[in-house]
Every structure is written in C-alpha cells, then in structure tokens.
Design a protein around this ligand. Structure first.
Ligand code: PBG
Length: 326
C-alpha cells in the first residue's frame, strides 16, 4: 500500500506515540566512562583539549568515581595511566606498584560496585610513545606480545574486571588469553580493540595520556581508515583467538564498520566514541554553534542504532545527568 493509504506521519503525531515506536534508546547500562590516572596526591590537571576531563591522582580518581556512581548510577569505567617513569618496552606497567594497578586496588576498596575495564597498551609507558617494542625503527609484533601479556596479568591481579588490549598487534588476544588462564584468570573477559583505525581523532587523547609517538605514526599497526573488509578479518581473528567482545574505534566516521561487524558476528560489539569526536562537540558548544545536549543524544543514539551494544564515551556522565533532569 502506498499514499494515501500509507501515511507515515500517523506514527509521529504525539510524544506518546513517538516514544512508543522508537527503535533505539541509549541506556545508562550501555555506557562506559573513561578516566586518566596520574601519580601524586590531590592532583587534578585539566586536559585542555578535552574540556571537563582531568588527569586525576588515585585519591581524586576514587572521589570522582564515587561521585559518578552515586549521581548517575554508571558502574563501568575504563582506566588509562600516566606513569611517573617510562621505559623502552613498557615493562614499567607490569608491576603491582604501577599507576593503574594502584588505582584499581584503591577503587575496588572504595567502590566495589563499579566494574573496571583496564586498557592494555604500551604507548603510555614507552619513552618513544609507540604501542610496543621497537626493533629497526618499527614496532616488533612478537616481542610486544610478551609485555602485553605481562601487563594484562598484572591488571587482572590488581582486580581489573575486564582487560581491553588496544595495541593492534597480531595474535595478542591469544597471547593474553593464554597468560590470563595460566595465572588463574580464566574468568576475566577480553574486550578487544579489534578494528582500531590509525585515526586523527585520537589527537586530544594523546595530550591526555601523554602518549603521542615521538617518531613516525601508528599506521604499521593500526588500520587504514579506507578499509572495512579488513575490519571483518581483524574481528574474525580476535574472536577465534578468544575475544569475548570486539570493538570498533573511532565510532562516528566508522558507523558502517560497526554495522557490518554487528551484522556478521554474533558477539557483543563495543564502539569507542573517541577524544576527537568528544572535543569537536565541546568546541562547537563553547562557541554557541550547536545545541550540545541534543547533539550528544543524537550521536550516542546513532552509534547504538548502527549496531553497538556498548559505547565508551567521555559524554557518559553528562549524558546520564542530562537525561534525568527535565
Ligand atoms: C592506546 C589508546 C589510544 C586510545 C585508546 N587507547 C590512543 C592511540 O591509539 O593513539 C584513543 C582514545 C581516544 O582518542 O579517546 N593505544
């Protein structure tokens, strides 16, 4: 049947009917809020390129996550660390007194209800800022697997609920799964950054985590933004190696990839609404050019509509606060 029998406007007539037929709703439980933890006490360094985000020392991180949980009910966070010292291969992150393990222990004591996802990567911990061990001017895949596995076990021992490797080395999910299992962490899930692109949208994050590469870029390990068939191969490999969830990152310029992954695989799909996507919204809002609350809701809804089950976003806290207020 077509017009005049079919009139699609009938189902748009009132808020009640629109609410009834709405296909996609972003829920608080879909969201993971990222944080940056740094050494010291009482430290709250504003991240200039990410308004409203801070490098927090462990004590203030604990306060912030208590506040997150009590004001919004969000009970999922992702942690990144800024270490006091860096080294050649990131082994500084493989000890219980490293910054993220310390933060995890403090959080588990203070707010045990909050689930902690620990990012696994070397770029915050290496002097050169690359995600792995350098041999002959490039990141060596198989050597890097060793530090990634060791870092994952350290994080699980500290109490991380989920480990999330973001390095894009081949075979890392298998290496991490094996190391976790050998150390008694067979029940710790792996959230794999499977289709992670070599993206300019990570710019503000590299200020936040002080992790910009000191030479070259990440295009020998992160994916070419032009490819989506390859994303399906990456996801398939990670699932075969034992990933429990797979991620597409960034989100907004890759909604087609999220959609293909969701349509192809029967596994929870995570999308990372990254720093550059966040900061562009903030910049436009500060200029009064956009309606920020509506934009944030539309962005998160579109990421979910594309097929994401879970969204990592710096907007998580404000989104939930905005949606409870009138
Ligand atoms: C570490 C890592 C990065 C992000 C998450 N994990 C940066 C990078 O690959 O350079 C980016 C997150 C964001 O931009 O919000 N490898």
């Amino acid at each position: 049947m077509s017009f005049p029998i079919t009139r699609l406007r009938r189902l748009r007539k009132s808020p009640a009917i629109r609410n009834m037929v709405r296909e996609t709703v972003v829920n608080r439980d879909d969201l993971i809020m990222p944080y940056f933890v740094c050494p010291g006490e009482g430290v709250r360094n504003p991240i200039k390129s990410m308004p409203g985000n801070y490098q927090l020392s462990v004590d203030l991180l604990v306060e912030e996550i208590k506040d997150l949980y009590s004001t919004t009910g969000i009970d999922k966070v992702l942690l990144f660390g800024i270490p006091e010292k860096k080294d050649e291969d990131g082994s500084v992150a493989c000890h219980q007194d490293a910054i993220v393990p310390r933060a995890i222990r403090a959080l588990k004591k203070a707010v045990p209800e909050v689930m902690i996802v620990a990012d696994v990567c070397n770029c915050e911990y290496t002097t050169h800022g690359h995600c792995g061990t350098i041999v002959d001017g490039d990141v060596n895949n198989d050597l890097t697997l060793k530090t990634l596995a060791a870092q994952s076990v350290t994080l699980a021992e500290a109490g991380a609920d989920i480990v999330a490797p973001s390095d894009m080395m081949d075979g890392r999910v298998a290496a991490i799964r094996k190391a976790l299992d050998e150390n008694g962490f067979e029940n710790t899930p792996i959230m794999a950054y499977s289709a992670k692109y070599a993206s300019a949208f990570y710019g503000p994050f590299r200020d936040a985590a002080e992790s910009a590469p000191q030479f070259g870029d990440r295009s020998t390990y992160q994916m070419d933004p032009a490819n989506s068939n390859e994303a399906l191969r990456e996801v398939r490999e990670d699932i075969n190696e034992g990933a429990d969830m797979v991620m597409v990152k960034p989100a907004l310029s890759y909604l087609d990839v999220i959609n293909r992954v969701k349509a192809t695989f029967n596994i929870p799909v995570v999308a990372y609404n990254v720093s550059g996507e966040f900061s562009m919204v903030k910049a436009a809002a500060q200029n009064g050019w956009i309606d920020e609350k509506r934009i944030i809701k539309e962005i998160l809804t579109s990421i979910k509509r594309a097929g994401a089950d879970i969204i990592i976003t710096y907007h998580a806290k404000e989104f939930v606060l905005n949606s409870v207020s009138p």
